[in-house]
Design a protein around this ligand. Sequence first.
Ligand code: ADP
Ligand code: MG
Length: 285
Amino acid sequence: SIPLGFFGGIGLASKNGILVKGGNYLEALNSVDKIVFDKTGTLTKGSFEVTEVKSFSNYSENELLKLAAEIEQFSNHPIAQSIIEAADGYQNHSSDSVYKEISGAGIKAQLNGKTYLAGNKRLMENNGIKLEFDEANATVVYLAEAGNYLGYILISDQIKADSFEAIKKLKAMNIKNITMLTGDNNASAKEVASNLGIDHYYAELLPDQKIEKIESLLEKDKKLAFVGDGINDAPVLARSDLGIAMGGLGSDAAIEAADIVLMTDEPSKIAAALEIAKKTKRLVW
Ligand code: ADP
Ligand code: MG
């Protein structure tokens, strides 16, 4: 049974832009000792910008960017959006052309009778493409045409100013274990984690591997909170002791699967939620 005072706590939380779906979740916040963050869109802004295009083919850099936009035009991944925005003018294809979005990897598309790939190292390796570049402190989108490597596009995201505040506050509140998970490459994960002072991170994870990672981090008698925003995060949110979703830019699936929703997409609201939970407990007992 839930003490009545927790409803007061839920009201206080909601005044602070923190939607708690039940008093039991507020109570659970008091036992959280491990917080796991998703990277893209949670700790970073999730809005990418193209910073470099490099061609290893007959295509000019401009043509390569246009081609990438053609391949990405049916994806609504933030990576795809940044490429489409950066390319000026590209050919539109019918959406019933052969097109496949591979979660955590990229795009495979059939255009003008040829197979094109746009995505990460894993996508290229799985399709037998040999790369001439493979580490950067940025997200890399490799491109291939009919089995041949064409070049790459570097895109970068920015850490939210609020994320620095959030990690500092959580550490000050004695949360011992802060971890970051991402499907992005190791170098860009390392960059974000070290800038924020996050000690543990796991990169290049497929959506299923994120769930497995969470399962391996769960401990009996301790509570793990996971904070995420994406469509792929919904199963991870559901599997965690406490699922916390970003409500602003977050996907409907993530908001639905979460126990707590942060309306303003600020990770520091997690510290605020922990404070409110503590205060509520004092009032209740
Ligand atoms: P995160 O875990 O950071 O939210 P995702 O699981 O959405 O990332 O994607 C993981 C990785 O898969 C991306 O960093 C990117 O390398 C690749 N990827 C996913 N979708 C696309 C796309 N539409 N175009 C190119 N690359 C993509
Ligand atoms: Mg994500």
